[in-house]
Design a protein. Structure first.
Length: 220
């Protein structure tokens, strides 16, 4: 909710309070003693202001959470740019099992994938709690699907990574992998449509998520 909308909401609520208060006075629902009237009005105003401040604080917390997630994503992208030898393992056409990597490489690759999945898990959690905006979360879905498309990730997901994550993340990652494996002969747009449709169902038919691929096509 933007600042202008918050101010409008505050004015509407105050006008409603004043209207109800005047109605109660005119209907003799409350005493017309000036001191009592003033006390009641101040009390009602304090309650409304308290609610309004709560809304602002909630919005501020949500904004900070979103910014922290985006900053964490930027740090991961920076890591990728400086550690191409580790990240290039994802691009191996036939995939590479962790146990077939050198120990140092295995540790670094596992740490990298774990950080990516941790970030996805937090984003999913905050979207379910309505903290992460729908459009911002939807913009992360191509990244999630991209990870699912790498053979190295897929062959290590089930045994190495999957047991350590919540069902919400597992469902989405499994959905991404399934969409890719079941639609190998279809276009990338078809795979994306299928993935977004299935994820939208998980989020109670979220139309922002469902239509995200159409938005991507329009922006091209």
């Amino acid at each position: 909710m933007h600042g202008k909308n918050l101010f409008t909401l505050f004015l509407v609520i105050m006008l409603m309070i004043v209207g109800v208060f005047i109605f109660m006075l005119s209907s003799n629902c409350i005493t017309q003693d000036p001191q009592v009237v003033a006390t009641i009005f101040v009390g009602l105003t304090a309650v409304i202001v308290s609610i309004f401040i709560g809304i602002i604080n909630k919005r501020s917390t949500e904004q900070q959470t979103y910014q922290l997630l985006e900053l964490a994503a930027i740090e991961l992208f920076r890591f990728e740019s400086h550690n191409s030898s580790i990240c290039s393992l994802l691009h191996k056409e036939k995939g590479v099992k962790l146990q077939n990597m050198r120990i140092k490489t295995q540790i670094e690759f596992e740490a990298y994938i774990t950080q990516v999945l941790n970030l996805f898990e937090i984003a999913i959690k905050y979207r379910l709690q309505k903290i992460f905006p729908a459009d911002a979360f939807a913009s992360w879905l191509p990244w999630m699907l991209e990870i699912c498309g790498y053979a190295t990730f897929r062959i290590n997901w089930k045994e190495k990574f999957k047991p350590h994550y919540t069902n919400d993340l597992i469902i989405i990652i499994d959905t991404g992998i399934k969409c890719i494996e079941e639609n190998r002969n279809k276009s990338q747009d078809s795979i994306k449509d299928e993935f977004y449709n299935r994820v939208a169902i998980i989020f109670k038919n979220d139309m922002t998520i469902k239509n995200w691929n159409k938005r991507e096509v329009l922006c091209e």
